[in-house]
Design a protein around this ligand. Structure first.
Ligand code: GUN
Ligand code: FE
Length: 440
């Protein structure tokens, strides 16, 4: 049955404005797509006859907003969240991160940790996730299965790597390709032309080609990743220009700058591509990202924790480069994209205080990065405009004491001081998502 939801609706069509509908309505069809959003039923085009086949759900004095999208997170680092924060990137990887990821050779361990990971994403209101798993095909398959079982959207990357890392976290190019192909076949089973025509969407959970970063991948590995992406038309994710030592190493290994190195292998926008961090991206790299429509996953908590620096987000936005937000667990410590929004704004204020020349990020910009702009990497996701998939959160902020606040104040206050206790409903692609099961 079609649905019409009534609530105080807030979303961003563009980065500079919130759309605010007090006691507004959003109509969703049986495929889970928004068909209209309006201040009253008449403007929605819902006359009495249409309403007969439609369920109207009234959320009263609650806020209805698009769900969060996390554009960069490491599922296989979940156990390390909030620990091991005393080193810079390259040492941190070798000493804490790689040893943890090696444990995912064991699918029993993987299932236990991945179930918590998916449940906790649900808790914080993240309905779409672009995630790194580990090199292990069976654990990656498990993570994809858990997202599917939960009904939550995810692009899941089996990590390709085999240099500058321990033996147990290294895989041959052939094994990597074979592992990916088995995940791809499972995701896209051959369907009859009729079925594929009827299907309104791509699968909610899909593989994404994931070379870890250039220091982990020799040329043969990068070439194989690029061939997989091109052959199966799959998206690509990796890390870019995060840390000065890393950038110097890439220059030494590849004899060119970081973005150019990915680009030479066909891993820089030849299929949809998201690159985490981009802290030290300079003009040439930024222009190439713009030309190739490479998306930035901005991870402010991670940049603070592993002491990398402040990414030039204002410049990316001015150039029209798409930017979404990432929690980057476990470089980042906080899984909530609401909290990542706060850090993004605060970090941009620190940048502004030092440089003076550019205005810092606004709330609407941070919200737009977390919803519509980040969501664009998954399809038509992150807004309530007609045609968008209905991914939404209902927020009951009554205990945050909102007596004299405007609706925008209420949203800002929820972002800054609220948490998962105020999220009372979660929707992904039109379906209400119940709490995923965890076997502790
Ligand atoms: N660069 C390569 N691997 C990683 C990782 O796991 N985390 C972060 N923050 N940067 C990386
Ligand atoms: Fe990362």
């Amino acid at each position: 049955m079609k649905k019409i939801y009534k609530a105080h609706i807030l979303y961003t069509k563009d980065k500079d404005h919130f759309e605010v509908l007090e006691n507004g309505y959003v109509a969703v069809d049986t495929d889970g797509r928004v068909t209209g959003v309006a201040a009253d039923l008449a403007s929605l085009g819902a006359d009495a006859s249409q309403c007969r086949n439609t369920e109207i759900i009234d959320f009263g004095d609650r806020l209805l907003i698009p769900a969060m999208n996390d554009l960069h997170v490491h599922a296989a680092q979940y156990r390390n969240q909030g620990i091991a924060m005393d080193l810079e990137l390259m040492e941190w990887l070798q000493e804490y991160t790689f040893p943890e990821e090696m444990k995912y050779a064991d699918t029993v361990y993987a299932e236990r940790m991945y179930r918590r990971f998916v449940r906790d994403l649900w808790r914080v209101g993240t309905m779409r996730t672009c995630t790194f798993a580990s090199i292990h095909t069976e654990s990656t398959r498990m993570l994809m299965h858990l997202f599917r079982e939960a009904g939550m959207g995810a692009l899941v990357g089996k990590v390709a790597m085999n240099r500058n890392c321990p033996e147990g976290l290294s895989e041959s190019v052939e094994e990597m390709v074979k592992g990916y192909e088995s995940l791809i076949v499972e995701t896209f089973p051959e369907t009859s032309p009729e079925t594929s025509l009827q299907a309104p969407y791509p699968p909610l959970v899909r593989p994404i080609i994931t070379p870890r970063f250039i220091p982990s991948c020799p040329p043969e590995m990068l070439r194989a990743c690029s061939e997989l992406a091109s052959k199966y038309q799959l998206p690509v994710q990796s890390h870019l220009s995060e840390n000065r030592d890393e950038i110097a190493l890439v220059q030494k290994l590849e004899g060119t700058w970081y973005g150019d190195a990915y680009n030479r292998y066909g891993l820089f926008g030849q299929t949809p591509t998201v690159m985490a961090h981009c802290v030290f991206t300079e003009e040439e790299e930024m222009q190439l990202m713009k030309r190739n429509d490479v998306v930035v996953a901005h991870c402010p908590t991670s940049n603070l924790n592993v002491t990398t620096g402040i990414a030039p987000i204002r410049q990316f936005l001015n150039e029209g480069v798409r930017v979404g937000l990432g929690s980057d667990i476990s470089g980042g410590h906080n899984l909530s994209i609401f909290q990542v929004m706060v850090y993004a704004i605060q970090l941009s204020k620190a940048y502004y205080q030092q440089h003076h020349e550019r205005p810092y990020l606004t709330l609407s910009e941070a919200f737009w990065m977390a919803t519509k702009c980040g969501g664009s990497f998954f399809g038509k996701v992150g807004s309530f405009e007609p045609g968008y998939e209905f991914d939404a959160l209902v927020i009951d902020d009554s205990d945050l004491n909102h007596d004299h606040y405007t609706l925008l104040d209420r949203l800002e206050r929820y972002i800054y001081v609220g948490d998962d206790r105020q999220i009372v409903h979660r929707f992904c692609r039109g379906k209400e998502i119940p709490e995923p099961k965890v076997n502790l």
